[in-house]
Write a protein that binds this ligand. Structure first.
Ligand SMILES: Nc1ncnc2c1ncn2[C@@H]1O[C@H](COP(=O)(O)OP(=O)(O)OP(=O)(O)O)[C@@H](O)[C@H]1O
Ligand SMILES: [Mg+2]
Length: 431
């Protein structure tokens, strides 16, 4: 840390409490400076240039990679390019039935279209008034709903009718089209037992209207389970979407994410190169962890400033411990003892941060003399359960990965604290 303010009593520097901590670890909280993501934004801009929608976008990645804030960043870009923007967070309840999905789409559309007047209607008056009252008919929710209800056929037919009707008016208003942006789209599922197929419905409807030239584009964000789920529901989904997989920030992008909020905010303190390296080491470029560690470090500095002392180094060990209890412990607590044994084995595999196979786990288990054996069918079953619990996921090539960033290093730290072996080298070093 270096102190940039003059804090002598003759020239008291700015009071430290005036400088609010700029870092924002939290789901969907816009960071003080959005680092990197240049290619992803360019890709979105490319899709916005389509006259005829051939490609929609999926923005996917592990928890805390920045999907929600990037989606939010896309919004003004789309609007500046002449598009309208509809959409929200898809919560579980909304995705249960086809009707719910239809209501969701109509509601989101009506927000954009309720001011579009499509005609006049006369209300006959009884009494002295000679002229009937005239009311304007707009594409408000009741109008959209009435068109929907009066269209014969299945939910898909009704929805297509409404979307095509709206498309005609959107074009007249001079807009290029509408972006339908849905966050947490992995929560959308078909339910065979209940005969409800909202996920397939969404894909069918958009594929059909896009083929007819309706300029409505889907942008779905979600965990890495999203795309395989879509392809399983409808194989054509593979051709319908451009999948953008969010990776951790590079070292230089992480540096920007750490330093820009400080320099832009003209804070009285700043990170030294050594501190930046330390944050990089703990966060490995994962945006949520960058925000988390920086927020903690900033708080510590402010406390030192207030008490007039100068901190020598970042208390990395303590911050990592706090992160473990805030972020990882709850997830770890949900795993059974046996599942934890399996996760420990996975965490010790050389390629655990990328992907691993059932075979690798079985081999490692037999080499490391586990108290109880792990057969491949057992490992398969257990991995399926762990995937349901959101701790790992199976990719499209049948390999597995941790679904939570940096879960492997956490497990190794945890093992060390529990008295077992293995710590990832270099991960917990203080500067
Ligand atoms: N490009 C970035 N630069 C700096 N910080 C970022 C960046 N992207 C995201 N963040 C920060 O990371 C955290 C997580 O972001 P966000 O909630 O968008 O992730 P997410 O992928 O949507 O997570 P989840 O899967 O849990 O919904 C937030 O605190 C956000 O401010
Ligand atoms: Mg999110």
């Amino acid at each position: 840390m270096h102190n940039k303010g003059d804090r002598s009593s003759d020239h008291p520097g700015p009071r430290p409490d005036v400088f609010k901590n700029p870092f924002r670890p939290g789901a969907g909280h816009m960071p003080p400076y959005l680092a990197g993501r240049v290619d992803e934004i360019r890709e979105f801009q490319r899709l916005l240039r389509q006259d005829h929608i051939l490609e929609n976008m999926i923005l996917t990645g592990l928890r805390g990679l920045g999907k929600t804030v990037l989606l939010e960043t896309f919004n003004p870009i789309a609007i500046q390019s002449g598009w309208l923007w509809a959409g929200t967070d898809l919560s579980e309840s909304m995705s249960v039935s086809e009707d719910n999905l239809a209501t969701r789409l109509l509601t989101d559309l009506a927000i954009l279209t309720s001011n579009i007047v499509i005609g006049q209607a006369e209300i006959p008056r009884i009494g002295l008034k000679s002229k009937p009252d005239e009311i304007r008919i707009s594409l408000s929710y009741p109008t959209l709903r009435a068109v929907y209800d009066e269209t014969p056929g299945l939910v898909a037919d009704k929805l297509k009718r409404v979307l095509e009707l709206v498309a005609g008016h959107i074009r007249k208003s001079g807009h290029r089209g509408i972006v339908f942006a849905y966050d947490e789209a992995q929560t959308l599922s078909d339910h065979k037992a209940k005969e409800q197929y909202p996920l397939s419905l969404l894909l069918d409807v958009f594929q059909s209207i896009q083929r007819k030239g309706v300029p409505f584009m889907l942008v779905l964000t979600g965990l890495p389970t999203l795309f395989p789920k879509l392809v399983e529901a409808r194989t054509f989904a593979e051709r319908m979407f451009r999948v953008v997989f969010l990776e951790p920030l590079s070292r230089s992008e992480s540096r920007e994410a750490i330093l820009r909020p400080i320099s832009d905010g003209k804070c009285p303190v700043s990170f030294t190169d050594l501190s930046v390296d330390a944050v990089w080491k703990v966060s490995a470029g994962y945006p949520y962890f960058i925000q988390y560690v920086c927020r903690e470090v900033f708080d510590v500095w402010m406390q030192h400033l207030e008490s007039g002392s100068t901190p020598k180094s970042i208390p990395l060990e303590e911050i990592t411990r706090k992160l473990d209890s805030d972020f990882f412990a709850g997830r770890w607590a949900r795993a059974t003892d046996r599942q934890r044994d399996l996760l420990r084995i996975a965490a010790r595999l050389k390629n655990s941060e990328a992907e691993f196979t059932v075979q690798e786990i079985v081999e490692h288990a037999s080499n490391s003399a586990q108290p109880k054996p792990f057969s491949s069918s057992l490992v398969n079953q257990m991995l399926a359960k762990l995937a349901e619990a959101g701790l790992i996921y199976k990719n499209r090539h049948g390999k597995y990965s941790f679904a939570v960033p940096l879960l492997g290093p956490f497990i190794l730290r945890q093992s060390r604290r529990d008295g077992s072996q293995a710590v990832l080298p270099g991960f917990e070093q203080s500067e």
